[in-house]
Design a protein around this ligand. Structure first.
Ligand SMILES: Cc1cc2nc3c(=O)[nH]c(=O)nc-3n(C[C@H](O)[C@H](O)[C@H](O)COP(=O)(O)O)c2cc1C
Length: 324
């Protein structure tokens, strides 16, 4: 049994989290993660309206009696979604843990704190991690350069980012970016983390509501199959390499190119088609370098049990055997 401050904080069986994944973190996946003893997060913005989020939370509650959370990704937008209303629904639905990302959760802290909702902020730098602690987050997730999604602009891998954050913070730190198996969990714990959070690995489970061809492609993929795009616009994204991401990268290289030139290519609507239909070249879809460590499509429960059993074996047998 691996017990940490994070398992204590949220009453978890295992120190494992499933990061919020737009269009993937729905009731099916999140309830499976919760029932397997880990902590899953629905993505608020996958639901078109706050009322839809309320229904998705209810649907998840009907599938599990274990704790689960909601991810609130706060991104700059010309017409931002009604974040406050999504936050209200989270509080009213009795959710007790929120994963925030994108921006500091500071504006939302008073409402969450008043309702006893613990905020776990996900960020990509030590300075943002310190800010998250300062504004009252219960734990901080540090997303290394390996991660799917937005790994930030500093390009610091988990091997350094994680212990740097652990050295600077009092609150528990969760490792994220590049983790997928028992070896990764042990490494994260050795570096001072109190849990791991994974995205790409959970995308490739039976319960993830995406087309089987997406999962098969991840199984075939190596660690060389992701690509960084949008660096020019300081909004770096790690995505699965395909003809669309190559096209974006080519346009970005042109000195005169602007975001408007690539906006149609990176649209969320096109990415959604990939996940729904399995047409892998239809748009941009997110994946991390841990794709190179994904070799099968287990159920969530099989995956979590395997990670924990492997980790315990590594700690007791392999590492224990190295000391005299
Ligand atoms: C398909 C997909 C969608 C994602 N969508 C979001 C999102 O909406 N909000 C967010 O905070 N992170 C999002 N992420 C990032 C994950 O929550 C997590 O931080 C990341 O996948 C960790 O790196 P890993 O893939 O190496 O495990 C997404 C990741 C994937 C693979």
């Amino acid at each position: 049994m691996i017990k940490t401050r994070v398992t204590d904080l949220f009453g978890l069986k295992y120190p494992i989290m499933q990061g919020g994944m737009h269009r993937v973190s729905t009731a099916e996946l999140v309830s499976a993660v919760a029932n397997a003893g880990a902590l899953g997060f629905l993505t608020a913005l996958t639901q078109p309206t706050p009322e839809d989020l309320r229904k998705e939370i209810e649907r998840t509650q009907s599938l599990t009696d274990q704790i689960f959370g909601v991810n609130l990704t706060i991104l700059p937008a010309l017409e931002p979604p009604p974040y406050e209303e999504y936050a209200e629904v989270i509080v009213e639905s009795g959710i007790k843990v929120v994963e925030t990302a994108g921006r500091s959760p500071e504006p939302f802290m008073p409402a969450f704190e008043a309702a006893g909702v613990k905020v776990v902020h996900k960020c990509t730098s030590v300075r943002h991690a310190k800010k998250a602690e300062k504004v009252g987050c219960a734990a901080v997730i540090v997303d290394g350069f390996e991660a799917a999604g937005h790994p930030g602009e500093d390009d610091i891998g988990s091997l350094v980012l994680l212990p740097r954050a652990v050295d600077e913070l009092e609150v528990p730190v969760v490792a994220c970016g590049g983790f997928s198996d028992g070896r990764g969990l042990v490494a994260a714990l050795a570096l001072g983390a109190e849990a791991v959070s994974m995205g790409t690995r959970f995308l490739c489970t039976r319960e993830a509501p995406v087309h089987d061809q997406v999962k098969q492609r991840l199984v075939e993929a190596s660690e060389l199959d992701t690509q960084l795009i949008l660096r020019k616009f300081r909004n770096t994204a790690r995505v699965f390499k395909n003809s669309v991401s190559e096209q974006v990268a080519q346009i970005e290289k042109l000195p005169e190119s602007e975001f408007a030139d690539i906006a149609p290519l990176v649209s969320g609507a096109r990415g959604a088609v990939v996940l729904e239909t399995g047409d892998l070249e239809h748009g941009i879809w997110w994946a991390g370098v841990s794709a190179g460590l994904v070799h099968d499509i287990p159920t969530v429960a099989e995956l979590i049990e395997r990670i924990v059993a492997d980790a315990e074996r590594i700690i007791t047998t392999r590492l224990g055997g190295l000391t005299s």
